[in-house]
Design a protein around this ligand. Structure first.
Ligand code: FE
Length: 309
């Protein structure tokens, strides 16, 4: 069939059959387009019925095992949405903020809140495998450099084994997840343990597809953030831990210039003492810069299903 014949057939199937009231115009537009694109791919690639059903069964399994969010990251779909959001920001004249990067599927709403400082890890929660102590600190500012008091810094990251609390039920609730409200100087600080990189579940649907594409499913070590402040656009981003072997080889394409702060190793006994630790620790300084709210700019907040505890 030609593409024109396929377009006509899809109209016949999905549009001409709309005899029971008024169709939702956006849903009809999107479903018609995607169905026609799928039919064209089947025609052009001469997909067999076996292959088409294998694809449907793949999505069914990926959905049932909660891997569609991971698949969206691994196919670059989530990164593609960020590229489009960046382009929209540029068109709206929004420049100078901290770069955005993907949220990923592992945020959990409802983490404990504190002002200025939070400790993210519970001592002993990782069975003695806490790893290196990490302090991260800085400020939240507008793009003009003004410190923003009362900004919300929501932070979450993986443990030493590359697993996230809530999804990994062996960890305490909200382990390595907190919300820090910046102090009167717009500053935040947290103490945690150095996260490790991680990979897709080895037996899962995402990794199975990546294997067929001869791709790895690894993410370099990183820390996720939502940063928001009254009158400002919400920022969704991550920082990467410098030195990770996969730093610029992330299966989810989330590493970006401007999001790889230096990691300093502190072994000065006076500073260790001041930080309340008895061994050398890692320290990262990072300032977040947020755009002001702008009428008419595309929304910075993305509505998607998120876990809550
Ligand atoms: Fe992550």
């Amino acid at each position: 069939m030609t593409h024109t014949e396929i377009d006509a057939l899809v109209r016949q199937f999905l549009v001409d059959t709309a005899t029971r009231g008024t169709p939702h115009p956006r849903v009809q537009q999107v479903v018609t387009r995607l169905t026609a694109d799928l039919f064209k791919a089947i025609e052009d690639l001469d997909l067999t019925a076996d292959e088409v059903w294998r694809g449907i069964e793949y999505f069914a399994e990926a959905g049932a095992t909660h891997e569609l969010g991971l698949l969206a990251a691994g196919l670059g779909l989530e990164r593609f949405l960020d590229i489009r959001a960046d382009a929209a920001d540029t068109r709206a004249g929004l420049t100078g903020a901290t770069p955005r990067t993907i949220e990923g599927p592992l945020y959990v709403a409802g983490a404990p809140e504190s002002i200025g400082f939070a400790r993210l890890d519970e001592a002993g929660a990782d069975g003695g495998a806490e790893g290196e102590v990490l302090f991260m600190q800085g400020s939240v500012r507008g793009t003009d450099g003004t410190p923003l008091a009362g900004a919300r810094v929501e932070v979450w990251h993986a443990n030493q084994l590359g697993n996230y609390s809530f999804f990994d039920k062996t960890q305490p609730a909200f382990h390595l997840r907190r919300t820090i409200i910046t102090d009167s100087n717009g500053r935040y600080q947290f103490r945690s343990t150095m996260p490790m990189g991680y990979g897709c579940p080895p037996a899962g649907t995402t990794q199975r597809l990546l294997d067929l594409l001869a791709r790895h499913g690894r993410r370099p070590a990183h820390i996720h953030f939502f940063v928001s402040a009254p009158g400002h656009r919400k920022l969704t981003t991550q920082i990467n831990i410098d030195g990770d072997a996969f730093l610029w080889d992330d299966f989810a394409f989330a590493s970006r210039d401007g999001l790889v702060p230096a990691v300093r190793r502190i072994d000065d006994p006076a500073r260790m003492d001041r930080h309340g630790v008895d061994r050398p620790f890692a320290s990262i300084d990072f300032d977040f810069r947020l755009h002001r709210d702008m009428a008419g700019a595309p929304a910075a907040e993305v509505a998607r299903q998120r876990a809550a505890a």
